[in-house]
Design a protein around this ligand. Structure first.
Ligand code: AMP
Ligand code: MG
Length: 398
């Protein structure tokens, strides 16, 4: 059985990045830009402009009384040049007229009968934003690594870009398997349950930056499972199946991976989620996740999410981690690394983790309420009350 780290290393080995596409900024939120600096074609701002509503003046004139010879508005016509001893009324964002080097805010000035009186001689350069004071034309601008945020999209727009080069989202085919599965919304017959993994994994794929393709669930029939894997991979970079990977008589996912391609491994020392099959079919990764919904989602988080990010050129899982104290003894299987469903909260001493509910891998409700996975190392059979463990944050901490 592989350790969590060994399994992850094998899953990531040789994984290529997706190709590059150019998309409009309006569709760019959350997409991952290519890892190359962007040469700015413009100064941002493009011209020296005023940071305040007020009067554009020459600081060297000293003096406190000036005739107002014109106006500069944001987007308005050019204002007259500021000659010695004069002022131009100016609005925030408007070009600072030729000759002026300083803006006196309206609060520090009084205009009457076309003459402005300022409280004191201004300091040179005050309230003038020089051309390129945010980004200079020709600068190689590094974007932060990771999904595009509103502020980066705003920066790109301010630099004059209407589109951006991003990695294509990895296409992920999702296959739920099991004779008992019915789509939610349908009626349930004897022994049937609703397919939770399909919708949950599709959402997890989107959250990780991928593009899910939800396939029709397959019964526990090797021929149908094999056919779904084959067809699913025609239009996907990788396929994740759930259910049917264990050693039961009706578990066929592993066998079909082996029949259609090659199996790399099928067990990991992880809790939840010991049976996890990984192989290649038609040069594409196929991952068989365990069927219990908590196992499927936690193993997706630990193993598939980093794969999708690697295909987008991003390292790691992109999650924040904190050390959190546990007050209770939460049991686990000693040989395996456990990822317990907890709620992490801030308190006076740092972070505290409380079990989010039952830790059975079939209980989705506690996972739904958990905002973190508590990492309890191999060798321990329970958390030690008062000890701190690493917590992988899945959501916000109150
Ligand atoms: P398996 O891995 O096929 O042995 O399934 C383990 C458990 O997970 C069984 O109780 C299944 O009924 C359940 N299960 C498998 N697939 C799903 C699914 N897509 N949605 C909800 N539960 C599932
Ligand atoms: Mg099954």
């Amino acid at each position: 059985m592989l350790t969590v780290d060994e399994a992850l290393a094998r899953l990531l080995a040789g994984l290529g990045e997706t190709d590059v596409e150019r998309i409009p900024l309006s569709e760019a939120l959350g997409r991952v830009p290519i890892d190359a600096p962007l040469i700015s074609a413009h100064d941002v701002p493009p011209f020296p402009n005023s940071a305040m509503d007020g009067y554009a003046v020459r600081a060297a004139d000293g003096g406190v009384v000036r005739p107002v010879i014109g106006e500069s508005r944001a987007g308005g016509p050019p204002a007259p040049a500021v000659e010695a001893g004069t002022a131009v009324r100016i609005m925030t964002g408007a070009p600072v007229p030729d000759g002026a080097d300083t803006v006196v805010p309206i609060e520090d000035a009084e205009e009457r009968d076309g003459v402005v009186t300022v409280a004191a001689p201004p300091r040179p350069g005050t309230h003038v934003r020089s051309a390129g004071h945010d980004v200079r034309r020709g600068d190689a601008v590094e974007l932060p690594r990771g999904p595009l945020t509103p502020s980066v999209i705003g920066l790109l727009a301010a630099m004059g870009n209407s589109d951006v080069e991003v990695h294509r989202r990895p296409r992920v085919a999702i296959l739920s398997t099991g004779d008992e599965l019915r789509p939610s919304g349908a009626s349930l017959g004897h022994g049937q349950i609703f397919d939770a993994n399909g919708p949950a994994l599709a959402a997890a794929v989107i959250e990780a930056g991928g593009d899910p393709r939800l396939l029709d669930p397959a019964p526990d029939d090797p021929a149908v499972i094999g056919e779904r894997i084959r067809a699913g991979l025609e239009d996907a970079d990788l396929l994740i199946a759930s259910g049917g990977v264990s050693v039961g008589e009706h578990d066929h996912v592993r066998g079909e991976i082996e029949r259609l391609g090659t199996l790399d491994f099928w067990r990991i020392a992880v809790q939840p989620g010991k049976p996890l099959a990984f192989g290649r079919v038609f040069e594409r990764a196929v991952i068989g996740l365990p069927g219990n919904p908590v196992s499927a989602l936690v193993t997706f988080e630990l193993f598939v999410r980093p794969m999708l990010r690697a295909m987008l050129g991003l390292a790691g899982d992109g999650r924040l981690r904190v050390r959190a104290r546990v007050g209770e003894a939460l049991g686990k299987d000693a040989p395996r690394r456990a990822f317990l469903r907890v709620r992490v909260e801030r308190d006076a001493d740092g972070y505290r983790a409380v079990s989010a509910g039952g830790q059975s891998s079939s209980q989705l409700l506690p996972l739904a309420w958990a905002n973190a996975l508590l990492v309890v190392p191999e060798g321990l059979s329970a958390t030690e009350p008062g000890a701190s463990y690493e917590a992988i944050l899945l959501g916000a901490v109150a």
